[in-house]
Design a protein around this ligand. Structure first.
Ligand code: GAR
Length: 207
């Protein structure tokens, strides 16, 4: 019996290496999601060319064209998602803050990956801050998006050891490898529907 494949949009701003790991995962036979569209706020995002070459529908909405009007940008973004029949939105290096309007509209249907073990190191420059702070473990988190940035029920985390010889670059490279493992796993769980949210916890349920 074939599985129902939830229709997913991946939103990116740059190279899209997480997007690539999701494209590869969703092409496996029993994966419960398919990427129907890739969108970017940057028309020159390298990941868009990759997705186009893979035959995936793409759109770019240049946020600079909207000036300070975040809601106008998001209304157009929302229209693109609706046009493509999207059921679940996956942020993969999408570097625009989303307003409460958009986040509420996609409540529990909007997930993000962050390059740190939340709630540690929300925001930017996570690898630099991990090294400066002296933590011995670091990693990445997939979570539901809520109105507050980098806060929201945690779906998956992956850890890396911080080595004495690390700089932000070396550490970030290993974190990225972990991101490429946990994002497809997290998407599989959420797209399958075999989970429940209990407060801040995302708990797997029986199939
Ligand atoms: C990833 O490390 C992702 O965790 C991070 O941007 C990078 C995108 O790389 N996202 C954030 O910092 C979001 N706040 P990619 O374009 O190669 O997937």
């Amino acid at each position: 019996m074939s599985v129902y494949r939830k229709k997913v949009a991946v939103l990116i701003s740059g190279r899209g290496s997480n997007m690539i790991s999701l494209i590869n995962a969703t092409r496996t036979a029993d994966f419960p999601a398919e990427i129907v569209v890739v969108g970017s706020n940057r028309p020159d995002a390298a990941g868009l060319s990759y997705a186009r070459n893979e035959g995936i529908a793409c759109f770019a909405l240049d946020h600079k064209q909207y000036g300070k009007d975040r809601e106008a940008f998001e209304r157009d973004l929302d229209a693109k998602l609706e046009e493509n029949g999207v059921e679940l939105v996956v942020l993969a290096g999408f570097m625009r803050l989303l307003t409460p309007w958009f986040v509420n509209r996609w409540h529990n249907r909007l997930i993000n990956i962050h390059p740190a073990l939340l709630p540690a190191f929300p925001g930017l420059d996570t690898h630099e801050r991990a090294i400066e702070t002296g933590v011995k473990v670091h990693g990445a988190t997939v979570h539901f998006v809520t109105a507050e940035m980098d806060v929201g029920p945690i779906i998956a985390q992956g850890i890396v050891q911080v080595e004495d010889t690390d700089d932000a670059n070396r550490l970030g490279t290993r974190v990225l490898e972990i991101e490429h493992q946990i994002y497809p796993q997290a998407l599989r769980l959420i797209a399958s529907g075999n989970y429940r949210i209990h407060g801040m916890r995302v708990l797997a349920t029986d199939k």
